[in-house]
Design a protein around this ligand. Structure first.
Ligand SMILES: NC(=O)c1ccc[n+]([C@@H]2O[C@H](COP(=O)([O-])OP(=O)(O)OC[C@H]3O[C@@H](n4cnc5c(N)ncnc54)[C@H](O)[C@@H]3O)[C@@H](O)[C@H]2O)c1
Length: 303
């Protein structure tokens, strides 16, 4: 039976990926998490699953990857604003953790495919709309820069050793468990989750700036499917794919879909004016396409 590892399994995307892989495959899945921004309750419904094992600890404590055929690498400190303040922590978690995985592979001369969670943040505010993978890189935050460095590190190392990887540049994910009230960085979580949480508590939605910034919102189940297809692809790909819904919605329109009770707060620097993915490469090469829709999700949560 194929054995795989998910790093950051107790996070928003990792825990949804775990559900998806348990449902769609017969693989044995190990997941590691140190619960820095994720929480054990996100995977509690799978703790007794015969094909899942939770490793409680840090990626840096891993000493071998030789049992695994694929690594889904999601662990990170994935927020833009905190990356300006806690710089070395973010370099450690967003860059050095990935390097640690590659060093283990080199030490063991074993190269499982690594599906690397990257981000549309590397494009900054793009010029090409919709944005293809060939768009120039323009990192507006340390977080974006670390995600890009990580991609570049894999690209560079693959000229020396037989690294096998796929970078998935997620746009703006939404879905179950996106908002973790225990996360010290929760104010910077995905806006869909924050707005739904504030609506549930009858609090006004807080819109940064004029709310005209636009986002390409992609359901976490669609991200999970892209991860599975990237792992299953028969050829070594060693390239990057945009994973978004290929549409764009302004934050003020999003707020109005959820509540008429909203207020404006100051704009935050380091964040893009628009994200809008061109996903033709993922459609053509991975055979992936988004299936879930933002309106349907919001209506299902609001009831
Ligand atoms: N959510 C987004 O808006 C978004 C957008 C683009 C890309 N991404 C990327 O997707 C990935 C997952 O993001 P998410 O939204 O699920 O974040 P998250 O914070 O919910 O999950 C990250 C998980 O990694 C764990 N973790 C952090 N450092 C660790 C370490 N050293 N060892 C073990 N576990 C560790 C955390 O505890 C957490 O459970 C990240 O790589 C992120 O950069 C996220």
């Amino acid at each position: 039976m194929k054995k795989v590892l998910i790093t950051g399994v107790a996070g928003f995307i990792g825990s949804n990926l775990l559900d998806y892989l348990l449902e769609q495959t017969d693989w044995e899945i190990h997941g590691i998490d140190n619960f820095s921004t994720g929480r054990k309750s996100n995977v509690k419904h799978n703790l007794d699953h015969a094909r899942f094992r939770l490793i409680e600890g840090s990626v840096f404590e891993l000493t071998s990857l030789k049992d695994y055929e694929s690594i889904f690498h999601l662990s990170a400190l994935p927020r833009i604003q905190p990356s300006f303040e806690l710089v070395s922590d973010h370099i450690k978690e967003n860059l050095l953790a990935s390097i640690h995985l590659v060093e283990l592979m080199m030490a063991e001369n074993h190269y499982p495919r690594i599906i690397n969670s990257s981000s549309s943040a590397i494009y900054g505010t793009p010029e090409l709309i919709p944005t293809p993978e060939s768009e120039k890189v323009d990192c507006l935050s340390p977080y974006a820069f670390q995600k890009f460095e990580c991609e570049k590190y894999f690209d560079l190392v693959s000229t020396r050793v037989p690294l096998d990887y796929v970078h998935l540049r997620y746009f703006n994910p939404f879905g179950p468990r996106s908002f973790n009230p225990e996360n010290k960085f929760n104010a910077y979580s995905s806006v869909v989750g924050i707005f739904l949480n504030r609506k549930a508590r009858n609090e006004p939605l807080l819109i940064t700036g004029d709310g005209l910034q636009k986002r390409d919102f992609i359901h976490v189940y669609d991200l999970a499917k892209a991860n599975l297809l990237a792992a299953q692809h028969p050829e070594k790909l060693n390239t990057a794919f945009n994973i978004g819904a290929s549409g764009t919605v302004s934050v003020i329109d999003l707020a109005r879909m959820i509540s008429e009770n909203y207020q404006f707060i100051p704009k935050r620097e380091g964040e893009a004016e628009i994200t809008y993915a061109d996903v033709s490469k993922a459609k053509e090469i991975l055979g992936w396409q988004p299936e879930h829709n933002l309106d349907t999700y919001i209506n299902s949560v609001l009831g």
